[in-house]
Design a protein around this ligand. Structure first.
Ligand code: S3P
Length: 164
């Protein structure tokens, strides 16, 4: 199995929840790219957006991501795929990329009441459009697409993908 499993997908797709559970099932470490950035900047993500804006956020996110060296499972931010350089890295060797892809209604029910900067900034229609725009990016970047929410099934899928 690859040393690094990267979870991608829109906000609210379950990357942190499933990533945590998956790492436990595989007995490996779990990381969350957003949390790593919060530790490095000593700011919350909303604070960073307010102070520096989205462009600077993307630059920092990309820098932390492209220099990632630790093995395990890592959940990434939903906008990671916005930058082409990140998509190229996702397609390079020695990592397994899993796209978590629940239906829009599920995503919306999970994010609508949260304080994520892009949720606060955009209308529900604009957010759905962003999701539609990003879906081809997730699709082209992933090795496995997973629409369920069950960690054990995902673990099995990853094992099967490896032995195929
Ligand atoms: C973002 C998703 C967030 C976080 C930031 C921007 C996005 O991560 O990185 O608020 O552009 O979709 P989650 O996908 O973990 O919510």
């Amino acid at each position: 199995m690859q040393d690094l499993i990267i979870l991608i997908g829109f906000m609210g797709s379950g990357k942190t929840f499933l990533g945590n559970k998956l790492a436990q099932l595989l007995s490996v470490d779990f990381y969350d790219l957003d949390r790593e950035m919060e530790v490095r900047t000593k700011m919350t993500i909303p604070e960073f957006f307010t102070q520096f804006g989205e462009k600077k956020f993307r630059q920092l996110e990309s820098r932390v991501f492209l220099n990632w060296k630790l093995p395990g499972v890592i959940a990434t931010g939903g906008g990671l795929v916005d930058l082409e350089i990140n998509r190229k890295f996702l397609k390079s060797d020695n990592k397994l990329v899993v796209w978590l892809d629940p239906d829009w209604d599920v995503i919306w029910s999970r994010i609508s009441e949260t304080s994520r900067p892009l949720v606060k900034k955009h209308s529900d229609l604009a957010l759905k459009e962003l999701w539609i725009k990003r879906c081809p990016y997730y699709r082209e970047s992933c090795d496995i697409r997973y629409q369920d929410h069950d960690p054990s099934r995902l673990r099995d899928l990853i094992y099967n993908n490896h032995t195929d």
